[in-house]
Design a protein around this ligand. Sequence first.
Ligand code: SF4
Length: 251
Amino acid sequence: MREDNSSPEICTLDDALQCTVLTKQNAKILKSTKEGWITAGVHLLPNDLGGTNLCPYSTPTCRHICLHYTGRNMIFKRVTRARTRRTFLFNTHPEIFESRLHAALYETLRECKRKNFGLALRPNLTSDSHKLVKMFLRWKDNVSEHTEVPIRIYDYTKIPKAQGWFPEDYVTVYSWGELTTEEVFYENIECRSVAAVFAKGFPDRFKGYPVISGEDHDLRFLDARPGVIIAIKARGRAFQDTSGFVVDLTE
Ligand code: SF4
């Protein structure tokens, strides 16, 4: 049986200062380069694994099958170590974290300019934190007027529209979960896309709404819109889910 390397370790400020804050190497976000965008985001430890709850609307199932528990993170201890250090810095020294984030974003912007790419920013790769989104928006407010590189900020979120803070230049897709009520589903699908994880293949429609694949790329600001379901494939622990989080239409 493969060893689980996803548990955080004890971390000090000296450790944390060694971390990089921005990620551009996740397999899914790499798909966006063929569409002309460089995607960058931040991998923090989800929910309260780093000591502060960064996913206020997480559910028992999403905490168990979170993307944190898929891919390289389960194989290499160094991936969790980097997320632990980054989260420690974010929680305990947000001003240092933000200044490093902004420096890394400037560097990525220069890369986009050189290569003639747009810059797609997905702040919460493995968290659901508005504090992190605000750091990205502050940077974008400073640079947007001084660059011709298109910059878009987007996320998947479990925070219902009615409970959240969602400025216009932040595109969000609501993530369906096992505790999503009919009321919350309809309230969200009327004003933005809803993403759902499917066990086997994608249907043409879900709950009466058209379904499009979210697998070809991750650039949700290009295709997410009210009344559209974004279909995501089950990965990792999601294959064992029986809570209703993963939709299995063959049952
Ligand atoms: S809200 Fe998202 S990032 Fe947080 S635990 Fe759930 S699936 Fe993971």
